[in-house]
Design a protein around this ligand. Structure first.
Ligand code: PXP
Length: 237
């Protein structure tokens, strides 16, 4: 059964909306774990718009599952990761104006810079995942920089309303997952996945983990975090 990593950035976004202490993403993380999630994902952005350094530090201490830190591929962030030692770092592209991560990392186009950060983290004992488009050239480039995992960007698939349109994108994700697996990298997937569009991807056996944020936290506002996580876990079983 594929694993479920839950991104709790939106809980921190709600807290930052009033600049106070509620809701605390730490409390959310513990509830998410109790509901059966296999890991917690947070994105420490350069502008600290949601998750703060304090959250990361404390999450490292209290989690019973796995902490996956999403961050930009730069040295300042790498230093923070080396001090915190998450179970996995996922390198993502980061632009200041974006609402959320848009598009995958161009590993093929920025090979030297990404290689440097991957090596720094791996030398510190942290496995590294690269968030890439489901594109075979990017999969090969990820393998060349010795990534331990790829996370296939499912945003384009998720944005396709009609299932016929999505066929080509499902095929691209399938082929990218197969090649990544064949090259010895672990395969994760995420972005824009929800309670409806997830099931089509669960037929791809190479995908070992799904990282999902928005749809779970949005549903949690209505039905509670415990139920929202359990329902998503059930779709993976
Ligand atoms: N994976 C990565 C690398 C991401 O950047 C995000 C968004 O922060 C997600 C997964 C989760 O996406 P969503 O919130 O759309 O489920």
């Amino acid at each position: 059964m594929p694993r479920l990593g839950v991104n709790i950035d939106h809980v921190a976004t709600l807290r930052q909306a009033r600049g106070g202490t509620d809701p605390d993403p730490l409390a959310a993380a513990l509830l998410v774990e109790l509901a059966g999630a296999d890991g917690i994902v947070v994105h420490l952005r350069e502008d600290r718009r949601h998750i703060q350094d304090r959250d990361l530090r404390l999450l490292r201490d209290i989690l019973h599952t796995k902490l996956d830190l999403e961050m930009a591929a730069d040295e300042t962030m790498a230093k923070i990761a080396l001090a915190i030692k998450p179970d996995l770092v996922t390198l993502v592209p980061e632009q200041r104006q974006e609402l959320t991560t848009e598009g995958g990392l161009d590993v093929a186009g920025h090979r030297d810079r990404i290689q440097k950060i991957v090596s720094l983290l791996q030398e510190g004992g942290i496995p590294v995942s690269l968030f890439i488009e489901p594109d075979l050239a990017q999969v090969k480039a990820s393998h060349r920089v010795s990534a331990d995992f790829v996370e296939l960007h499912t945003g384009r698939y998720a944005n396709m309303r009609r299932s016929k349109e999505a066929d080509g994108e499902v095929e691209a994700i399938t082929q990218a997952a197969k090649l990544s697996h064949k090259l010895g990298m672990g395969v994760n997937a995420g972005h824009g996945l929800d309670y409806r569009n997830l099931t089509r991807l669960t037929h791809i056996p190479e995908i070992a983990e799904y990282n999902i944020g928005h749809s779970i936290i949005a549903r949690a506002v209505l039905v509670g975090l415990d139920q929202a996580v359990r329902e998503m876990k059930a779709l993976l079983s």
